[in-house]
Ligand binder design. Structure first.
Ligand code: HEM
Ligand code: HEM
Length: 278
């Protein structure tokens, strides 16, 4: 059972990695082969940094940041180290997103195209701003020891919810952006004539949805949550290994990996295990 679960986890993880990697290759091939390449001169080459950095940074790096706590081989590293990796990857994702937005504004200003008129730009900019807020709150709540543990735990469900909402929104925003660009950019033949570029970039969009779906799947498996440091310590030193009342549901989680928990199990565990937030 444990073996099968582990294998399934690794398959899903490998599929996510593959989808993310292929998406990056696709967006590069799109701008380098089908479009004008990359430059920083106010022209179309500058615009092209926008999809490239959004796919690499906001989609793939953010997705990776979200699941770092879920990697079983990191469970024996300190929680502090994992927090640095989680925060660092999110900071890198944010930096690339900011450069990416600057690239479009610059391109628009050179070409005298209005800014912020589209639904894509509205939701997109909102996501970037809220992501900055999530980042700052995350650092002050969980990285720097200034927030009391009770507050940390109380806010963890919100942190997870807003994190997943932002990530999901980014995928949606990327799909809107791709659609706009194909409608604007394909002239003769047009988007509706399905030229090779249109089909190729549609596939990129599908890859982003697949990547997002796999990341959300991994991030929502209760059985693959990082066990608390206390439980890891107990497992390590064989203290309480037999006594399931001491180690509680987390150990049975580790060994059985039961997703279909009874609601009382979930309640018992809720604040203690899910949102320990140490
Ligand atoms: C413009 C955000 C992905 C295509 C914009 C603007 C923002 C934004 C804030 C407004 C810039 C301005 O008004 O000067 C985002 C975010 C993304 C994303 C947060 C995260 C995934 C993409 C992708 C494409 C794309 C993958 C595909 C090519 C465009 C286009 C514009 C634009 C064509 C100019 C037209 C418009 O303002 O809607 N984006 N974008 N975007 N973006 Fe994105
Ligand atoms: C967990 C998103 C920034 C600390 C999570 C989770 C998500 C998330 C979706 C749930 C992951 C899971 O259940 O395995 C984000 C986003 C961020 C961000 C989108 C940036 C915009 C930060 C920062 C810190 C932080 C800066 C500071 C260290 C944590 C902690 C957990 C967590 C401690 C709980 C991990 C666990 O106990 O398993 N974050 N986060 N986050 N995040 Fe963040």
């Amino acid at each position: 059972m444990m073996e099968a679960r582990r294998a399934l986890f690794l398959v899903v993880l490998a599929a996510a990695a593959a989808a993310g990697l292929v998406a990056v290759v696709f967006v590069l091939k799109w701008v380098l082969h089908f479009r004008e390449g990359l430059a920083w001169d106010g022209g179309p080459g500058e615009f092209n940094w926008h999809p490239v950095l959004m796919v690499i940074g906001f989609v793939v790096l953010q997705g990776t940041a979200i699941i770092v706590y879920r990697l079983p081989w990191t469970w024996h590293s300190s929680k502090q180290l994992m927090k640095f990796i989680h925060a660092g990857l999110n900071l890198l994702a944010f930096s690339l997103a900011v450069i990416s937005v600057v690239a479009v504004f610059d391109f628009h200003n050179y070409a005298k195209i209005p800014n912020m008129y589209s639904l894509h730009s509205w939701v997109g900019l909102a996501v970037v701003v809220l992501y900055a807020l999530q980042l700052v709150l995350g650092v002050f709540m969980y990285l720097i020891p200034v927030t009391p543990v009770s507050l940390r735990a109380a806010f963890m469900p919100l942190h997870v919810y807003t994190g997943l909402l932002l990530f999901t929104s980014v995928i949606g925003v990327a799909l809107m952006g791709i659609t706009e660009k194909l409608i604007f950019g394909l002239k003769d033949p047009k988007y509706k004539d399905s030229p090779p570029e249109a089909v190729f970039v549609n596939v990129l969009g599908v890859l982003l949805v697949v990547f997002g779906g796999l990341i959300l799947w991994i991030a929502t498996r209760t059985s693959w949550k990082r066990p608390s440091d206390q439980i890891l310590h107990n497992l390590h030193t064989n203290v309480g290994g037999e006594d399931s009342t001491k180690v509680g549901p987390a150990l049975s989680q580790l060994s059985e990996g039961n997703d279909a928990e009874s609601s009382s199990d979930v309640r018992k565990r809720s604040s203690k295990m899910d949102y320990e937030a140490n």
